[in-house]
Design a protein around this ligand. Sequence first.
Ligand code: SAM
Length: 243
Amino acid sequence: MHHPSAEDRRTPTVNDSSAPHDSGSDIGQAGSIGDLESVEAEPAVASALFGHQIELARRYTSNLVTRGEELGLIGPLELPRIWTRHILNSVLVAPLLRPGLVGDVGSGAGLPGLVLAIARPDVEFVLIEPMERRVDWLRDQAAELDLENVTVVRARAEEVRLDRPLGQVTARAVTALSKLIPMTAPLLIHEGEMVFLKGARVADEVTAAARQIKKAHLRDVEIIELGAGVLPEITRVFRATVD
Ligand SMILES: C[S@@+](CC[C@H](N)C(=O)[O-])C[C@H]1O[C@@H](n2cnc3c(N)ncnc32)[C@H](O)[C@@H]1O
């Protein structure tokens, strides 16, 4: 189990404008698909979540669309596609993780961090999030869902002090690769991996981040497309190893 450092109790200056994709609520555009009742029939769920994990994912989702919405962590128009666009999109990444310590930078409402912690109880997670309101939410959810493999640290990634380096780091909708790479590279062990959920323009981001990729000594840079034929939208993952 990972134990938080003194950073956990620190109160940093929060400047959320550093997340260019943050439009107020963590999640918040119009959508149309989502079916909580038939979730076991979803191939993406069937391959990554089993028994109790499905129940935990349901409870987390239910909390997100009720209390999470009240707290402004999710926009009301996003509720209908919460499963496909947010939960399952995160679940798809679970097979890319390996045992060890994984850091999720900018977890916000818990995506992908809390979902991955449900899907991979064999992996330890540290959720790194600067905003107090979101940190409180993440801690409450981890406790309520009994996720013993989760520690929440209140900090910005550039300033966080962890007890030990990360084997892998994840992030979704935090900032462009050109900022995310230098922000997270120092947190990783040698041969550690970046696993970032990215949008349709990830190839352009990779091109724009050429200098940062070189400076961080990244190798095996690849874009992995997940969920084709399973989810309405393909999930694109930027994966790279720190040499
Ligand atoms: C748009 S939200 C995305 C949240 C979540 N990952 C998701 O996909 O729904 C961006 C999050 O990144 C956090 N954030 C912004 N800058 C950060 C930094 N420098 N280090 C860590 N987290 C940061 C924000 O507080 C916010 O919770």
